[in-house]
Design a protein around this ligand. Structure first.
Ligand SMILES: [Zn+2]
Length: 469
């Protein structure tokens, strides 16, 4: 892998385990190194630990010191749309109208290479400014958009998953692609881009409501021929979409069954939203090793509903969950903002689960799992997201041998109120314990945004510095 070599000294925070497995003692899932040293060789973590020990093992290194900051693994976004950069925050519609009025007309422009190239610059710059170093992204049904996306991510050395986005119904004529063309172009793009540089390919049926049985069968064929590829789609986002799916597929008991019927549900299958998934569907996701990308910014912005995180994370049937910003349904690129909204969704769900509205819905354990502590939130944005996407062998924490993508957070960097707010917890010298670090991180997700991202590093090289780009 092409990468850079460096040694970075600072205060580090990452995860070694799933905090939901350590309820009541979540600090055990995390790791805090107050004065640490991260050594990177060719983009890969070669050493990590206390500065005093690592610097003794590796004398003579040229060290970049980043005091007054918290360094975390780069954020991993499990659901975003490259061709929707320009239409984030469109007024007034729920999902299906919003697609027709805003999204399909904008996405059509991405068959123009020049337009797509300009957009790619904005897309990657916005990701980096939010501290996001890896994303699973949709493109359009034009191969040009997929080529431009992969060419740009390779140029920047970023770990991205994407694929030609298939839709052959429920969209204007200019947005559809025939199943045969989709199959042929997907095969060509897999050959050209999958595992080239850090690029990975996702076979991408946009959503089954927009995909005929023939299109879904082509996806099955592609997955059989390229089992190493991912599958990226949407599921159970909006009630009208759900009813449409039921009408289209009377032979399937629910939305998930459509994907089971075509052999797609399994490892490396990632579906955005899952707001209206039933308990049975969650259980089948868990059994299959499939993942849901939880997109609260989008679910609230489009009025889709409240994802039942605590239900998805039932330890008896734990679903793999990543966070997604879902730009442009989501109205910001920042996973810090996504964590904030995810926290609020959890608390809204708990209004029902505490039994005060309906005693029969009381479920204290699910309610506890809904509460997004800083450990749980940042886990989902880093190691948990990597686990959901089957990337945790490559990314997600500072373990030796993993890829050195990381984000440098300034806990005072957000709105004007932040420095005094954070000074309640932490002095100028920064957090002194893991508990203090977690409180500072909660301050960032509750009060902050991408202004708290001071730097973003890709494969051992600084790719973004706030104010400098
Ligand atoms: Zn989406």
């Amino acid at each position: 892998m092409p990468g850079h070599s460096c040694a970075v000294r600072g205060t580090f925070f990452d995860f070694v385990d799933d905090p939901w497995k350590h309820i009541g003692r979540e600090a055990e899932s995390a790791r805090f190194v107050r004065d640490g040293l991260l050594v990177v060789e060719d983009g890969i973590i070669a050493d990590f630990g206390d500065f005093a020990e690592v610097s003794k093992r590796r004398p003579g290194l040229q060290v970049t010191h980043l005091p007054g900051r918290l360094i975390l693994p780069g954020f991993i976004d499990g659901h975003i749309h490259f061709p929707q950069v320009r239409v984030l925050g469109a007024y007034g519609n729920q999902l299906l109208d919003w697609l027709q009025n805003w999204i399909f007309p904008e996405e059509a422009k991405y068959s123009d290479r020049e337009y797509a190239t300009e957009a790619a610059g904005h897309f990657f710059q916005s990701l980096l400014a939010g501290g996001t170093t890896t994303a699973l992204t949709f493109t359009t049904s034009s191969p040009v958009s997929t080529e431009v996306l992969f060419d740009e991510s390779e140029r920047r050395g970023m770990r991205m998953i994407a694929g030609l986005t298939g839709v052959d119904r429920f969209a204007p004529d200019y947005s559809v692609i025939t199943p045969d063309d989709f199959y042929r172009e997907s095969s060509r793009l897999i050959e050209r881009y999958h595992r080239k540089g850090r690029n990975l390919y996702a076979i991408t049926p946009r959503f089954s409501v927009g995909c005929s049985d023939e299109m879904m069968e082509r996806c099955r064929q592609l997955k059989q021929e390229h089992n190493d590829c991912w599958i990226n789609t949407h599921i159970s986002e909006n009630p009208t979409e759900l009813y449409t799916s039921r009408r289209q597929s009377p032979d399937c008991i629910d939305y998930t069954a459509v994907h089971e019927k075509h052999g797609l549900l399994g490892p490396k299958f990632v579906a955005g939203h899952g707001v209206w998934l039933s308990n049975s569907e969650f259980q089948r996701f868990a059994k299959a090793g499939a993942a849901v990308a939880f997109c609260p910014l989008s679910n609230l912005f489009l009025g889709s509903g409240l994802f039942r995180l605590g239900r998805a994370l039932d330890p008896a049937h734990r679903v793999r969950v990543a966070l997604g910003c879902d730009v442009g349904g989501g109205n910001a690129f920042s996973l810090i903002r996504v964590m904030e909204e995810a926290y609020k969704v959890g608390l809204c769900n708990n209004t029902m689960l505490d039994g005060s509205v309906n005693p029969r819905e009381q479920d204290a354990e699910e309610a506890e799992r809904n509460k997004l502590s800083p450990y749980r939130a940042y886990y989902l944005a880093t190691l948990g997201g990597a686990h959901a996407l089957y990337l945790d062998d490559l990314l997600g924490n500072f373990q030796k041998g993993k890829e050195a993508d990381f984000v440098v957070l300034d806990w005072n960097g957000g709105q004007a109120a932040m420095p005094w707010h954070q000074s309640l917890i932490v002095g100028d010298s920064g957090p002194e314990s893991i508990e203090q670090a977690a409180e500072v991180l909660f301050g960032i997700m509750a009060v902050g945004d991408d202004r708290n991202v001071d730097e973003t590093w890709i494969a051992g090289r600084r790719a973004y510095k706030k104010g400098a780009n």
